[in-house]
Design a protein around this ligand. Structure first.
Ligand code: ATP
Ligand code: MG
Length: 560
């Protein structure tokens, strides 16, 4: 089914208006500018889909740019992971992969320009003093005693800062704007600080580093970006973005802000995710429980499912929180169309079919009922099978229609079987003795009799052993950061990972490679985990089949 054309969002309306007025000579050029200080998450995916999506739609361009101006927290590992993730999502920056740090020389020249124009000065106050003198929303700021240094003195001091003549933190370069400005960001913001740190790209070349607000607009300007799309928290930085570019008189992109994506039952900021990783509360950045792109890839989420999700949540000007279940819904819908079906048993219960011969046969199974083009396969069937433990009950309650003593059910694609006897060990059911009706081959009775349920199974001697990892929500509460001061790390769900070691899956799964996705009938979508070795198959459950999003929707009543 083709995706219905979403109504135009406010960003695309701005772009349309700019195209109509020829503001950028018909160009549309966006960028995705991650700071390489962690792995990307689903919030970044929203931004990636938006920026690259707009470029595609308007026949424009989108750059991938590493906003690597802070050497303290940035690493090459993060750069590589970001490249992998953006590609995996299906986007292409062609030859436009840039590093903000490649512009350090140009930025420095621009800073000297501002000094020469009397619009920037070197300040000897400490960071604490600067913060203190900045004032508050209700109180004006206080001018630094160093604010009126001459242009020559400022130029000389700034050059000496760059030359490494002063210790870390002893001086900064500040823009000379307005200490009484109602917007605190405009009260002489810091442009450069002194910091001796090795940069992942420029090494030890620099001991002064530009601050984000100074650097970001310059990066956009240097790359001739038309629309610089960022999240809402930068809205009151826009006057500063504009001030720097106007003060320099250089090419000036349009900054546009949209609401960042928040998702229930998780945290999204790289800083918080890093803590979970560093504290060992999850198993690395690609832990399938994390909302990181690498975690979602490993869990079996598909790029197209994530792109659909990003499209459907749209862009807005107001912050909100999206139900995690809606993301799952989009993934499930996508996998339903593309994932081959297999059978697997998570908690095996042995079934012996007493009247079945010692020989074997193969039965036909459809690979994907949603897509006949995916064909069919043959599954071995034999006298000894495994079924799911909870598909049998000794004392079935009224609405339990699956297997029970004396009851007949259908084995998917195979035969009707009837349970005749139960073998127990230490009070626990360990085996079912059943009979089959040879006339029901393929799962239908020629006499037209019906059974109330169909269950999945695997042939015991053909089954492949697997470890299966089941995932639940990472946190126990919808919004772990809004819990009246409770540390979000204490709100982790102790049941977020359940490992089943004794699973039995049909032999065809052996042909799957790491990260291949499929459905186990009745159980959900799964994929092969990267921990798989030739002797040890590890599977992740991506999502269950049950649509919890639909439930949330109907509980909330009809949508307008
Ligand atoms: P984090 O707080 O997770 O570190 P960030 O905004 O600091 O996020 P950046 O690397 O600076 O991370 O982000 C790169 C781009 O992704 C920016 O344009 C940013 O606005 C966007 N982005 C980050 N988080 C989200 C989100 N939750 N929803 C939408 N866009 C986001
Ligand atoms: Mg950040």
């Amino acid at each position: 089914m083709a995706e219905p054309q979403a109504s135009k969002d406010f960003i695309r309306e701005i772009i349309d208006a700019d195209l109509a007025s020829n503001k950028y000579q018909g160009r549309v050029h966006t960028r995705f500018p991650p700071e390489p200080n962690g792995y990307l998450h689903i919030g970044h995916a929203k931004s990636i889909c938006l920026n690259f999506g707009i470029a595609e739609q308007y026949n424009g361009k989108c750059n991938l740019r590493f906003d690597d101006t802070n050497p303290a927290k940035e690493e090459e590992e993060y750069v590589q992971s970001i490249i992998t993730d953006v590609k995996w999502l299906g986007f292409d920056w062609q030859d436009r992969l840039f590093y903000a740090s490649d512009y350090f020389d140009q930025m420095y020249t621009y800073a000297e320009d501002l000094v020469k124009k009397g619009k920037a000065y070197v300040d000897d106050l400490t960071a604490d003093q600067i913060a203190e003198l900045r004032g508050t929303l209700t109180n004006p700021g206080t001018k630094s005693p160093y604010r009126d240094r001459s242009i020559d003195e400022n130029l000389s001091l700034f050059r000496r800062m760059k030359a490494g003549e002063f210790p870390d933190g002893s001086k900064v370069l500040r823009a000379k704007i307005d200490m009484n400005h109602p917007n605190l960001n405009m009260r002489d913001p810091v442009m450069y600080r002194i910091l001796r740190a090795t940069h992942h790209n420029t090494g030890d070349k620099w001991c002064i580093y530009p601050m984000y607000d100074w650097a970001h607009g310059l990066e956009d300007s240097i790359e001739h970006i038309t629309h610089s799309i960022c999240t809402l928290e930068f809205e009151n930085h826009r006057p500063l973005y504009d001030w720097f570019l106007d003060a320099l008189g250089v090419y000036h992109p349009q900054q546009i802000e949209f609401a960042r994506l928040n998702l229930t039952f998780t945290v999204m900021s790289k800083r918080l995710l890093l803590q979970l990783v560093n504290d060992g509360l999850v198993k690395g950045w690609d832990d399938p429980r994390l909302p990181t792109i690498s975690g979602m890839r490993r869990r079996g989420y598909s790029p197209s499912g994530i792109r659909t999700f990003a499209k459907r949540i749209g862009v807005a000007k107001v912050n909100s929180i999206v139900d995690f279940e809606f993301l799952e819904y989009c993934i499930r819908e996508d996998l339903n169309k593309t994932a081959p079906r297999y059978m697997g048993v998570l908690r095996p219960l042995k079934v012996t079919i007493e009247n079945y011969p010692e020989t074997k046969e193969e039965v036909d199974a459809v690979n994907n009922p949603e897509d006949p083009g995916m064909g069919s396969r043959r599954i071995p069937f034999s006298k000894t099978l495994y079924i799911e433990q909870d598909d049998f009950m000794e004392q079935p309650p009224p609405k339990f229609y699956r297997l029970a003593l004396g009851r007949e059910v259908r084995l998917r694609y195979a035969y009707f079987i009837t349970c005749r006897d139960v073998v127990k060990r230490d009070g626990k059911v360990v085996e079912l003795r059943c009979t089959y009706d040879p006339a029901t081959k393929g799962g239908y009775a020629p006499d037209g009799r019906k059974v109330k349920s169909t269950i999945h199974w695997v042939s015991a001697s053909d089954a492949v052993d697997a470890e299966v990892r089941l995932y639940n929500k990472l946190f126990t509460v919808r919004d772990p950061l809004d819990q009246k001061g409770a540390d979000y790390k204490t709100l982790l769900n102790p049941q977020s990972l359940e490992i089943l070691q004794q699973c039995k899956v049909e032999p065809a799964v052996k042909t799957c490679k790491p990260l291949d996705r499929f459905q186990f009938e009745r159980l959900g979508y799964f994929c092969v985990d990267t921990d798989t070795t030739p002797g040890h198959l590890v599977l992740n459950r991506t999502t269950e089949l049950r649509d919890t999003w639909g439930k949330i929707q109907s509980a909330a009543g009809p949508k307008p």
